[in-house]
Design a protein around this ligand. Structure first.
Ligand code: MRU
Length: 355
């Protein structure tokens, strides 16, 4: 995998998507031609990761814009808003999805005087801009975050916050990539991340491709390795960060944060500003996606529990800000008090509002 590897490709009003449900065993691209196909690919986890689902939704909106046949701006905007609402509903926790849809709609609104045909082209350009900005932001996150990594650090990560979860390079894995580029001789411990196995299937694949030394562990081994002094940094991504610094991320992140705190290990969260939701004060307000119980009861389609046993599957949990040592963003590294410092660092940045 080159450093510029991206899980999606845009061209001719189509989005080519690397099907992440098949990794690491098959590398197959599917083509999305409509926003509904993009929505289905997001829902079915063919593409996943907070920044990537936002970017894909923006491309879905651009596709739909081209297809709308409307004689007035009012009709055009009504149709595009409806598509946006449908896309937002596909996965509720990652705020990047809503952020990207609102950014496209705000952009449409501020160009409402343009002829509809040229507005369509402008919207496609805006989606490409969102994609490119994400890649640039990840490089900056990598640059700032790698300064926190010491020589020979052993870094634990959870889920997949890599190139596969973004336009490319990754957030948490962006920090790891940048530290590796600086020849810091790091080793990565990868939580397998039950039930969807993003760690085993995706993060281990990315680390293998990059030839970064790594070990796969099951989620319940993390405390053991921390207590033995084998892990000295934890870095994860985020699906939504609230104004006070609480962090929603893949289920299991909260347990890791508490373990890291108990073992005096720094716990870092790497995320772009599109993941920060200033409209929510605290993490208990974040909607948590509940997924199918079959994803817990089966592995690769094979039952692993009595058929009558019921299972629960919250896909994310919330880590209170008090367990977070720092949030690494494209603007720099932010530390507590997060309520003050997040606002301070992003006060000049336009936060995309709901239309
Ligand atoms: O359910 P997923 O695979 O979309 O969950 C992904 C995560 O939880 C990631 O850690 C998060 O989206 C950050 S990706 C840069």
């Amino acid at each position: 995998m080159t450093k510029e590897f991206s899980p999606i490709e845009w061209g001719n009003n189509r989005l080519s998507v690397l099907d992440q449900t098949l990794l690491p065993f098959q590398k197959k691209f599917i083509i999305c031609r409509t926003y509904k196909e993009v929505g289905a690919a997001i829902k079915d986890m063919k593409l996943r990761g907070a920044p990537l689902i936002g970017i894909a939704a923006a491309f879905g909106m651009a596709m739909e814009a081209k297809k709308i046949k409307a004689s007035s701006y009012e009709k055009f905007s009504k149709s595009l808003k409806a598509a946006g609402e449908e896309l937002i509903k596909t996965r509720p926790t990652a705020v990047n999805l809503k952020w990207a849809v609102n950014r496209m709609l705000n952009f449409m609104e501020s160009n409402r005087e343009r002829r509809i045909e040229s507005l369509k082209d402008l919207l496609a350009g805006e989606a490409v801009k969102i994609y490119k900005e994400d890649l640039e932001n990840n490089k900056l996150i990598g640059k700032f975050g790698s300064e926190l990594i010491r020589e020979k650090d052993t870094i634990l990560t959870h889920c997949n916050a890599g190139a596969l979860a973004t336009a490319g390079y990754g957030t948490a894995l962006g920090v790891i990539r940048a530290a590796n580029e600086k020849k810091k001789k790091i080793t990565v411990y990868i939580d397998e991340t039950r039930p969807y196995l993003q760690g085993a299937r995706l993060t281990a694949w990315e680390m293998s491709e990059e030839k970064i030394p790594h070990f796969l562990i099951t989620d319940n081994m993390a405390g053991f390795f921390m207590s033995k002094g084998k892990i000295n940094v934890v870095i994860v991504g985020a699906d939504r960060i609230t104004a006070n610094g609480d962090v929603a991320n893949k289920i299991g992140t909260y347990s890791l944060a508490v373990l890291a705190y108990a073992n005096k290990i720094p716990f870092y969260v790497a995320a772009p500003s599109s993941t920060i939701d200033f409209s929510l004060k605290t993490g208990d307000m974040i909607p948590i996606e509940m997924r199918s119980e079959d994803e817990v009861k089966k592995i690769f389609g094979k039952d692993i529990a009595p058929l009558k046993t019921r299972a629960l599957h919250p896909a994310f949990d919330v880590t209170p800000a008090k367990y977070v040592s720092a949030i690494i963003t494209e603007k720099g590294v932010i530390r507590a008090p997060f309520d003050m410092n997040l606002e301070k660092i992003f006060q000049n940045k336009e936060i995309v509002a709901d239309l």
